[in-house]
Design a protein. Sequence first.
Length: 416
Amino acid sequence: MTLTIKKLSACEILDSRGRPTLAVEVTLSDGTTGSAQVPSGASTGVHEAWELRDGDPSRYGGKGVRKAVSHVEGEIAAALVDFPAEDQAAVDRRLIELDGTPNKSRLGANALLGVSCSVARALASFRKIPLWQSLAGGRDARMPVPMINIFSGGHHADHNIEVQDFLALPIGFVSYGEALEAVVAIHGRARELVEKRGYRLTGVADEGGWGPALKSNEEALEILTEAIAPWEGKVAIALDIASSHFCRDGVYDLKTDVKQLDGTGMIDLLEGWVGRYPIISIEDGLSEDDWVHWPQLTGRLGDRVQLIGDDFFTTNPERVRRGIGEKSANAVLVKMNQIGTLTETFEVIDLAREAGWRAVISARSGETEDSFLADLAIASGAGQIKVGSITRSERLAKYNRLLEIEKRHRLEYRFP
Ligand code: PGA
Ligand code: ZN
């Protein structure tokens, strides 16, 4: 008997910012169920797949997702009930065809992703194996090294400074558990160092890092360098500049630093930082459509620094293919909801690997208690994960799932 999809249901739930998002549950013909919750970004790229919101101002300021819920339970269910469940790629292809738009704007990428991931969960249950193992297929599953947010700015921390993420990258540990323990200590030290400089901290930013109103972007680098100093050589710095959000008409406006830079000026700035601080990874150092300067940045820093495209590639196979062809970067950030199905997500991961690029599996700033991403990171073999800081349970859901998997399974752990 062919295993088929029997039922789909969805529910409007809230994400870690208290904004509506979707939970989806699928029931298979043998009674197995699987569910998934969908994340949501704030510093989104313009080329992302479409997150469908109701636009009804009387509910959640227009951010409700009842339309997406009704698409799952209506049109998508009608197309998928009795559809074979065991071929994830076929399910995802059916979803993409059914939507019929290039950016999934008709049914909503949020609706599609919820269905795609819940089918994957149900399949893992049906196969009676962990999700990561079910997802991996022929890929070399391994534990990811976490890149962990310590300071936040930009859209995630009220624009106190422009650079969005200052992260600790624990490259020199023999296990994920040890790496995590070091970064917890670094997060605490960073707080002490900030307070010693006279800043007050009253809470954490959207991804659980500290969001102080520092005097400059570089001050965050100074403090983070001091915070990681006891782990010299074992912990490095990663940055997510998220520069599209302070770039207008080719001008990067670093208000806090009173600097207005063109693309070349931005590359000079980053090169200066790489020379002065132990930075080994930079994400979105240039804006999402700056195809001219990205290859120049890669030419200047690509042999020393991991240069990741997030808003630049938006987990879109076509954009990644172009980037590989033009030597625009050397790594890609992978966010499932930027593209909308699991199959396309894996297409990007596989493209990166085949090109000798790295991939970093990433959460969104708006997250849920779903830990799917931890399993995806292991299954991908990418070796790196980015899910925010070590506070806030929507982040810990992923970190803790990884701790449990590391305890239970013998999986390789090392920085790629
Ligand atoms: P977002 O931010 O989820 O708000 O887009 C995450 C990132 O830029 O990496
Ligand atoms: Zn980013």
